[in-house]
Design a protein around this ligand. Structure first.
Ligand code: PEP
Length: 249
């Protein structure tokens, strides 16, 4: 891990029921978590209020998406203002499922990030290459292009955590090796240094996501430029998510 405070996010995606979420919250409330780690969970929108009122304040709450501008006549959307209103302080933007399943593009995601930051939401900004892009040797190009799109709109990086999530590793059980992840994290930090500033490069946390679990987290967490994790599947199991949180080194 690097010098910034370790950060672990749990992305629950489109999973859960009132009952299963109440069980997960109670497991998280009773888990022993290291102090020196920022912990955030992202329930589906409709359960945020339930989680907010039952989960320990030790854990912050994130949305999995937010609308690109001020709320209004946008059927089915949720605005940054509404998230702030219900006590949700974070939002995940640019997740690969939003990019590649729903079809959001770089510019749309960059604008969303800028708007969310403007409304005082903190942003988990996701980037990552698809398998064919990795195999074509384009991993850095894709990640840098996605970083550039964020930087075209975002004016302050203080409230941004970057999540490197290779698409081929998300929900596949095929985790990047610690070396593969470290290589990209170091490159993204280098990109921040050259294109934003040395200060932003050293203070911005770059977390890894893609099939992180209780068994592979420790080796990944040891890498110099891995400042934490974004966890999907394993964040739905309270004790395993706690193990990942406590892997901070
Ligand atoms: C994610 O959705 O951000 C993710 C990393 O999923 P998983 O841990 O299930 O691969």
């Amino acid at each position: 891990a690097g010098s910034g405070k370790f950060f672990v996010g749990g992305n629950w995606k489109c999973n859960g029921t009132k009952d299963s979420i109440s069980k997960l919250v109670s497991d998280l409330n009773s888990a022993k978590l290291e102090d020196d780690v920022d912990v955030v969970v992202a329930p589906p929108y409709i359960y945020i209020d339930q989680v907010k009122s039952s989960l320990t304040d030790r854990i912050e709450i994130s949305a999995q998406n937010s609308w690109v501008g001020k709320g209004g006549a946008f059927t089915g959307e949720i605005s940054a203002e509404q998230l702030i209103d219900i006590g949700c302080n974070w939002v995940i933007l640019g997740h690969s499922e939003r990019r590649h399943v729903i079809g959001e593009d770089d510019q749309f995601i960059g604008k969303k990030a800028a708007y969310a930051l403007d409304q005082n939401l903190k942003v988990i900004a996701c980037i990552g290459e698809k398998l064919d892009e990795r195999e074509a040797g384009k991993t850095f190009d894709v990640c840098f292009q996605q970083m550039k799109a964020f930087s075209d709109y975002v004016t302050s990086w203080t409230n941004v955590v970057v999540a490197y999530e290779p698409v081929w590793a998300i929900g596949t059980g095929k985790v990047a090796t610690p070396q593969q992840a470290q290589e990209v994290h170091a490159a993204v930090r280098g990109w921040l240094k050259e294109n934003i500033s040395p200060e932003v490069a050293s203070t911005t946390r770059i977390i890894y996501g893609g099939s992180v679990n209780g068994s592979n987290c420790l080796e990944l967490a040891k890498q110099e430029d891995i400042d934490g994790f974004l966890v999907g599947g394993a964040s739905l199991k309270g004790p395993e998510f706690a193990t990942i949180i406590n892997s901070a080194t």
